[in-house]
Design a protein. Structure first.
Length: 272
């Protein structure tokens, strides 16, 4: 699933391609992805896109009627803005024809993505954002904040860090890499985090995410950029997906555990 760096990379390509464009018409090739697509045909023609932004792993294109086109890429979502002369790909479900002659195209092989129009509040947020915590690259995600939020939490550190209500956009890959860099066990109870550990988590989350954004994200299976290229951060992964391999720091074998249905890789020697 595309995580924050991948979605940020998509945003940086989409924003200049969509901002200021009017949607002339909508063509649908499937009845639904995660939610029905038919409403797009009624709600989008004639609307102008005023701005495009990211929040967590969502992108919102603000429309000129107080609503927003909300996108989430699920496991296999891919978006492109290109000529209508390019033949439709097998799993492209939506075409939005723009006033400059190009087409915004949404592809999703597993149909678990979201593309729907939602009302925006005074902060330009759709309802799904109201329960979100701070962004990990913004000041609200501070060591003091993380320490305070973790008090009394019996949940393990890794799923705690992946909770959008705590901090948005840190998924499995970057939680694994952050906790390894911070030398914190993903199995530790969140309430046992010390202030120094919270500082290391925040500092390393920012460093890892910023480097991943610089590299264009991590390509593990299905993720592609708007132009079809792959992210390059995978070469920088320290332990994600490497259970049974030597730890790059101490040489002990990395172990794997299941947490919330996800595989967690960690070093039992370095991460305590």
């Amino acid at each position: 699933m595309p995580e924050l760096p991948e979605v940020e990379t998509i945003l940086r390509a989409l924003a200049p391609a969509l901002t200021g464009r009017r949607i002339e018409r909508v063509e649908l090739f499937s009845p639904k992805m995660r939610t029905p697509l038919a409403p797009l045909r009624e709600e989008l023609p004639g609307r102008t896109i005023l701005a495009v932004r990211r929040r967590a792993r969502y992108i919102v294109a603000k429309l000129d009627n107080g609503h927003g086109l909300v996108m989430h890429f699920g496991m296999t979502g891919v978006v492109r803005v290109e000529s209508p002369e390019v033949p439709r790909r097998k799993h492209e479900h939506v075409f939005l024809y723009l006033d400059n002659g190009l087409v915004f195209r949404f592809e999703c092989a597993r149909r678990f993505s979201v593309l729907e129009v939602q009302p925006l509040n005074a902060n330009d947020d759709p309802p799904v954002f109201l329960s979100f915590g701070p962004e990990p690259l913004e000041d609200g995600f501070s060591p003091d904040y993380l320490y305070t939020r973790s008090r009394g939490v019996k949940q393990a550190v890794k799923p705690f860090l992946m909770d959008n209500g705590v901090v948005t956009g840190i998924g499995n890959i970057y939680a694994t890499e952050t906790l390894f860099a911070a030398r914190v066990s993903p199995l530790k109870q969140a309430s046992r985090l010390t202030r120094p550990a919270c500082r290391r988590i925040v500092e390393n989350a920012r460093r890892v995410l910023q480097e991943a954004i610089r590299q264009g994200g991590t390509t593990i299976a299905d993720f592609r950029h708007v132009d079809g290229t792959e992210g390059q951060f995978a070469v920088n992964l320290q332990i994600y997906g490497k259970a049974g391999c030597p730890c790059p720091v101490c040489g002990n074998l990395l172990k794997a555990a299941k947490q919330g249905g996800r595989t967690t890789v960690y070093c039992p020697h370095c991460q305590r």
